[in-house]
Design a protein around this ligand. Structure first.
Ligand code: IPM
Ligand code: MN
Length: 348
């Protein structure tokens, strides 16, 4: 069988614990018959920064480029000033590797409790994906501070939206919608206030939409979208939105679909010229790090997305089915990190 060269970044806090369970499941599903998984671990995050002052050295980025995919746990630690690791490790990876599709599914699995009233969730349930733009918007770091610490202080954080960047993510979202049964795409933005970027997004959706006549489109302002996510999530199929709105609404999406412990994501370069990176939506949760309390399910579902991206559709589906079966059986039981990983791996 062939080999998958996987780069593994455990990172900070609970990252290494949940990644270990993700790898356990990956080994279990590939077994003797699947591809051989060759993993290389990269030490990035708080430990490295404290020891060396480095965040993401060019040499590491170059090595990462040589892999088929990246599995990441979490980046961020309270002992490091806010923004240093986010802007130094995670975002440079997403930007340099052209992860312009930040794919975040929200699916309520049978047996999982949503905080929403069940009768509101039915009959459509919760089964949508957010295509969050991953390389532009207010995340680019185009800003500055003037007169810092004075009463006249000025801070800017400019949202950068290029036609090229918006068009490529919108086209990807349309293609995903076209491949789903409902063929429905919602643009989430705020074009009544963000009249420059908002209109670029809106026009782009209109124009690219002409290539996808089967896909029905809708629009919601981001504030209204949060209401519908909390009251009528069944209306969503595919959502496309900018980097910051996508960050915010995918936490709501996780909350309604069983919690942040279950939310998976892929930072994807659909052109496949660089490795895509799969990670749980949650952060490093330093308050529970090292205690074996973190739910590795989000990482395991991210492994399923990784397999799908690599064209291992069969293994991807088997991981998802094993997770679904485990969730249905788990109910309200509180399980340790390794218990969940073992239970899911043993189903494979
Ligand atoms: C996420 C996280 C990151 C983001 C942070 C850690 C930079 O919240 O992946 O959603 O804002 O994208
Ligand atoms: Mn986030």
């Amino acid at each position: 069988a062939d080999t998958v060269n996987l780069a593994v970044i455990g990172g900070d806090g609970i990252g290494p614990e949940v990644v270990a369970e993700g790898l356990k499941v990956l080994e279990a599903v590939t077994g003797d018959s699947g591809p051989k998984i060759h993993t290389t671990e990269y030490d990035l995050g708080a430990r490295r920064w404290h020891a060396t002052g480095e965040t993401l050295p060019d040499s590491v980025l170059d090595e990462l480029r040589g892999h088929d995919a990246i599995l990441l746990g979490a980046i961020g630690d309270p002992t490091v000033p806010s923004g240093v690791l986010e802007r130094g490790v995670l975002l440079p990876l997403r930007f340099a590797l052209q992860h312009y599709v930040n794919l975040r599914p929200a699916k309520l699995y049978p047996g999982v409790q949503s905080p929403l009233a069940v009768e509101r969730v039915a009959p459509d349930g919760i089964d949508f994906v957010v295509v969050r733009e991953g390389t532009e918007g207010p995340y680019v770091g185009n800003g500055g501070s003037l007169r810092t610490g004075t009463p006249q202080e000025i801070a800017t954080e400019v949202s950068v939206n290029t036609r090229f960047g918006v068009e490529r993510v919108v086209r990807d979202a349309f293609a995903r919608a076209a491949a789903r049964p409902r063929k429905h795409l919602t643009l989430v933005h705020k074009h009544n206030v963000l009249t420059h970027a908002g209109h670029l997004w809106r026009r782009t959706v209109e124009e690219v939409g002409a290539e996808f006549p089967d896909v029905e489109t809708a629009y919601q302002h981001v504030d209204a979208a949060t209401i519908f996510l909390a009251t009528d999530p069944g209306r969503f199929d595919v959502i496309v939105t900018d980097n910051l709105f996508g960050d915010i609404i995918t936490d709501i999406a996780a909350a309604i679909a069983g919690g942040i412990g279950l939310a998976a994501s892929g930072n994807i370069n659909p052109e496949r010229t660089t490795p895509s990176m799969f990670e749980p939506v949650h952060g490093s949760a330093p308050d529970i790090a090292g205690q074996g309390k973190a739910d590795p399910t989000a990482t395991i579902l991210s492994v399923s997305m990784l397999l799908e991206h690599l064209g291992r559709t069969e293994e991807s589906a088997r991981v998802e089915r094993a997770v679904a079966a485990d969730l249905a059986e788990r109910g309200d039981r509180v399980c340790s990190t390794t218990e969940v990983g073992d239970a899911i791996a043993s189903r494979l």
